[in-house]
Design a protein around this ligand. Structure first.
Ligand code: BGO
Length: 276
């Protein structure tokens, strides 16, 4: 009954506060300076489960451009935590949900801590949490980490998702739009044929990363025999998209992610100004 849980969220989303509340520790914030990143870990017992909580560095994205991004991504891929708690700043939903879309693409078990929920309610904004959770396929628990609110419920959902008893959890696909989806499909087709590749990472995730010209994905794929063919197909798909849209294919992917977020928030989120 041991569960490895990694905390993943934007800087200042309240990760350290949540870690401290859950573990009863008193870590100071922002101590990830320099090149050595050693995440804080704490073992706690909740409802009879031994939960190992790992606080990863704050990051806006998993695109591996910064050392923090690369570290968090590698950690998730290599260490395969059983559950990821995605801490989202409720007062800055659009930006924070970007990271969530990347976690969705990674096809892992995620529970969202909708933190700073006090700020959202203080502003008078309204969010349909259940509906957003259903759209994302992720259980969402409102929290106020600085006051310890919602932490118990959060970990109850962590246990539930680990035990495959979480009704909200399902693997969704972010829809990248018809043109990008066609390219993804073509790339996935090639990746699929090498069973050894898909044993390790989802073919869809790799296809998305190839459209993003992700160096990490290329490095990973370079170890497999089909790499040359996959790489030239990716270059071809990227060139076609770039010609059609007159835009970098990586930007097209991130715009599609923001489009997905905007669509989800349009259905579930109302600012106070729009309520009157
Ligand atoms: C300071 N609600 C509110 N309102 N604030 C929260 C919540 C919440 O749910 N959760 C955390 N905070 P970190 P990262 C601070 O430190 O945990 C606050 O980077 C201050 N400090 O208390 O550090 C939390 O680990 C002086 O605020 O986030 C912290 O993810 C004045 O959000 C900040 C005001 O939390 C970031 C706040 C000297």
């Amino acid at each position: 009954k041991q569960i490895n849980v990694a905390l993943v969220g934007n800087p200042n989303s309240g990760k350290t506060s949540l870690f401290n509340q859950a573990s009863g520790s008193n870590e100071r914030t922002g101590n990830y300076s320099g090149v050595t990143i050693s995440p804080h870990e704490s073992l706690v017992t909740i409802n009879g489960y031994s939960i190992n909580i790992i606080d990863l560095p704050g990051t806006y994205s998993l695109s591996a451009y910064s050392p923090e991004e690369a570290f968090v991504r590698r950690y998730i891929i290599d260490k395969q935590p059983d559950v990821v708690i995605n801490i989202v700043d409720a007062s800055n939903l659009e930006r924070n949900l970007y990271l969530t879309t990347q976690l969705i693409d990674m096809d892992i078990k995620v529970v969202m801590a909708l933190n700073m929920y006090d700020e959202l309610t203080a502003k008078g904004d309204q969010l349909n949490i259940v509906q957003l959770g259903e759209l994302l396929g992720i259980p969402i628990v409102p929290t106020v980490a600085s006051k310890g609110k919602g932490i118990k419920e959060l970990f109850e959902h962590v246990i539930q998702i680990h035990e495959e008893q979480e009704p909200t959890y399902r693997h969704i696909h972010i829809h990248y739009g018809d043109d990008l989806e066609k390219s993804l499909h073509n790339l996935q087709d090639l990746i699929w044929h090498d069973k050894h590749i898909t044993d390790k990472v989802s073919s869809r995730l790799l296809a998305v990363q190839l459209l993003e010209k992700d160096k990490g994905a290329e490095a990973f794929l370079s170890h497999f025999p089909k790499f040359t063919g996959i790489k030239s197909k990716a270059e071809q798909e990227n060139a076609t998209l770039e010609k059609q849209f007159q835009e970098d294919s990586a930007s097209l992917v991130s715009e599609a992610r923001y489009g997905f977020i905007a669509g989800a928030l349009k259905e579930t989120f109302l600012k106070k100004a729009d309520l009157q």
